[in-house]
Every structure is written in structure tokens, then in C-alpha cells.
Write a protein that binds this ligand. Structure first.
Ligand code: G6P
Length: 360
């Protein structure tokens, strides 16, 4: 309703703006009086006991899972597989001896994910649901729940749930590392506080993203997102946002894969959005941008302070390298929002899509 939207024209824009507050809320909820991580002891024990984690999710939650894998593997040293729920349910991979299943779902109602949960429970494996709706089906049927605290997400295109999922997974990864006695040079709450401030700074510069959307996406029929490493995963989420609400055919690609096929699609004027927030791939992703430019692409680079070069379309203030996806997705969300708006699309209720899909 209009009351809930307040002064915002769309829920999506409101929810994009809520992200810094959600991150601060998560910091609050997951911290005790002594500044230690506050987490259900059973969750901690399950994380410690498993030899491999299987993340199961769909859509945007799957993209958050790809980044959750990075956090858990890099910080807590546990191997993680990430699976699309609908694929996993009829093509189960070989499982490790002591698997822990982690279901990531904003709604907690996605039927594809639930069908995997039913199967893995039958096999007797423990399950943790990371959701925005405690008490939802996936939350009730799993052994454990972690709450996203993002508040109701109304727009079909998920925004604040995605960043909340990553924040909670990062906290979980640090907690597990500490429980395993791994020494970390990473204070998640402090770094997430910086993330929240940076999100606010980005949300305050909406005109820049509106201009980029107008310049690059007003009339195009397609758009490519490229990146390497975690930037690639954020590109996948960027392309999903854009296609969901603007109906522009959008695809995310790993920079190094371009030459193996995708570059054939580049024509005069094809928009290419490149992310450059990771030091180890900054040089190579910029090389990819030159390759597409040489074939006529209309490219823009969204980079991180410290790695930026003259001519970058937008430079994001620096945050901890592990947490860059939480901020670099905001330009993707805002550019997609304005592209949809300029093309007169129904931003909050795109055609053919549902907020939660309760059929397989
Ligand atoms: C639907 C929504 C997507 C969402 C996906 C998974 O397809 O349109 O925005 O990412 O379901 O939803 P979940 O509630 O499980 O995160």
C-alpha cells in the first residue's frame, strides 16, 4: 500500500535504501554485550562438526550462496558446494560423510528448495535455513534457523535480502572460524559497519546511476556484465536484476570466458558493465574491457577506490576486500531500477514473476 511505501515511488527503491539499516540491525542482532558474536550454540556445533557444506538456493539467494561459499571457505576452511535447488533435487551429487545443508531463502517458501530439504532429511542430514521469515516452511522443517532481520521485502526483485544474506553468512563464517580456533585478522562487525556507511554514500548518489542507466540502457536490447572472482558473482546478480525488471536480455560472464564464445555477441554499441573491485584481477578485467571496446562495445567500469583508473564510470569507496559484493551490488540494483523506470516497466511487479515460487 501507499502507506508502507511512504514517499517512495516503488518498494524496490525503498528496499535498496533500507540496506544500510538492515546491515546495522544485523550487527546489533548478532552481537552480545561483550562484542562477541551471538549465535545459537547448536548452529555453531553443526558448523564445526560437518566436513562439507551444501548450500541450496534459487534465484538471488543462489547468488548470495556463491559469495557465502567464498566467506566460509576462506575464513572457516570448510569446503562448500553451492547448488541450484531445482537441479539438486533430481541430480544429487555424491555427498561427503558429514554434510551440513544450508538453505538460503528470503521467503523460506521456495518449493524447489523445500523438495531438497525433504530428501536430505530422509537421508538423516542436518539442515540450517537462512531466511527472512522465521516460522516459514523451510525454517520450521530444518533443524536450525538464522534470521536475516531485513524486514518485509515486497518488490519481486530481491535487494536487501541479498545483502542481508551475505552479511549473515560472513558472520557465520567468522563465528565458525573462531569456534575452530582459526586466527583471523578480520573484525566482521567493524567491517560491516563500514559497509553500512558506504551503502548509504552510494544510495545518496542515485542521480549518477540514473544517468548511467539513461546513457547505456535506454534503448538497448541486451547488456553484458563481466567480472572475475567475486565480481563475476555480483555480475550474475546484476544481470538477474536487470533482466527481471527491465526485460533487457542480460547475461553475466566471467571475464576470462569472453574469448571462448561470448565475445562473438559484442556489436557496435553493446553495453558491457564491468566490475573491478578485486586487486588480483584488476589488470585482467581491464584487459577484457579493452577487448570488448575494440569490438565496438559501450562499456563502463565500476571500480573500487584504490583500484580505480581515470575514465571509470563510478568509483566505490573502499571496504574490506571480502565484503566488496555487499556494496558493489548497489550500483547494479540502482542501474537496473532506473533502466526499468525509463522503459516504463512495472518495477515492483514484473511480468511472469512471483515473489515466492511455491510450485516446483
Ligand atoms: C523467486 C523470486 C526471486 C527469488 C527466488 C528465490 O523467483 O522472484 O527474486 O530470488 O524466488 O526466493 P527465495 O525466497 O527462496 O529466496
Amino acid at each position: 500500500s501507499d502507506i508502507e511505501k511512504g514517499t517512495y515511488p516503488h518498494f524496490m527503491l525503498k528496499e535498496i535504501d533500507e540496506q544500510p539499516f538492515v546491515i546495522r540491525k544485523i550487527i546489533q542482532e548478532y552481537q552480545d554485550e561483550n562484542d562477541n558474536i551471538k549465535l545459537d550454540a547448536d548452529v555453531r556445533a553443526a558448523m564445526k562438526a560437518c566436513d562439507r557444506i551444501y548450500i541450496i538456493a534459487a534465484g538471488t539467494s543462489y547468488h548470495a550462496g556463491l559469495l557465502g561459499k567464498q566467506f566460509i571457505e576462506k575464513l572457516a576452511n570448510i569446503p562448500v558446494e553451492v547448488h541450484v535447488a531445482s537441479e539438486f533435487s533430481y541430480n544429487m551429487p555424491l555427498l561427503s560423510e558429514n554434510p551440513l545443508f544450508v538453505f538460503i531463502s528470503q521467503s523460506g517458501e521456495t518449493a524447489d528448495s523445500r523438495s531438497v530439504l525433504v530428501q536430505t532429511k530422509e537421508l538423516g542430514h542436518p539442515a540450517l535455513t537462512v531466511t527472512n521469515v522465521p516460522g516459514s516452511t523451510l525454517s520450521r522443517e530444518a533443524d536450525y534457523t538464522l534470521h536475516l532481520h531485513a524486514g518485509p521485502e515486497i518488490a519481486v526483485a530481491s535487494t536487501k535480502a541479498y545483502t542481508a544474506q551475505m552479511a549473515v553468512l560472513a558472520i557465520l563464517a567468522v563465528d565458525t572460524a573462531r569456534a575452530k580456533g582459526i586466527e583471523l585478522d578480520f573484525d566482521p562487525m567493524q567491517e560491516l559497519g563500514i559497509v553500512a556507511n558506504t551503502m548509504e554514500a552510494l544510495a545518496d548518489q542515485k542521480e549518477k546511476f540514473e544517468d548511467l542507466a539513461r546513457e547505456y540502457l535506454q534503448t538497448t536490447r541486451n547488456c553484458f556484465f563481466i567480472g572475475r572472482g567475486t565480481d563475476y558473482y555480483v555480475g550474475l546478480e546484476g544481470s538477474l536484476k536487470l533482466k527481471e525488471i527491465s526485460y533487457i536480455q542480460a547475461e553475466g560472464f566471467a571475464g576470462g570466458e569472453l574469448k571462448h564464445g561470448t565475445i562473438a555477441l559484442i556489436e557496435e554499441g553493446t553495453p558491457v558493465i564491468a566490475l573491478a573491485t578485486q586487486e588480483n584481477v584488476n589488470y585482467s578485467i581491464r584487459g577484457n574491457v579493452q577487448e570488448v571496446e575494440a569490438r565496438g562495445a559501450n562499456s563502463m567500469i565500476i571500480s573500487m577506490k584504490g583500484l580505480d583508473k581515470e575514465g571509470d564510470a563510478f568509483v566505490i569507496p573502499q571496504v574490506h576486500e571480502l565484503l566488496t559484493p555487499l556494496v558493489s551490488v548497489l550500483p547494479m540494483q540502482l542501474i537496473s531500477y532506473y533502466a526499468a523506470l525509463h522503459r516504463d516497466c512495472d518495477v515492483d511487479k514484473p511480468r511472469n514473476l512471483a515473489k515466492s515460487v511455491t510450485v516446483e
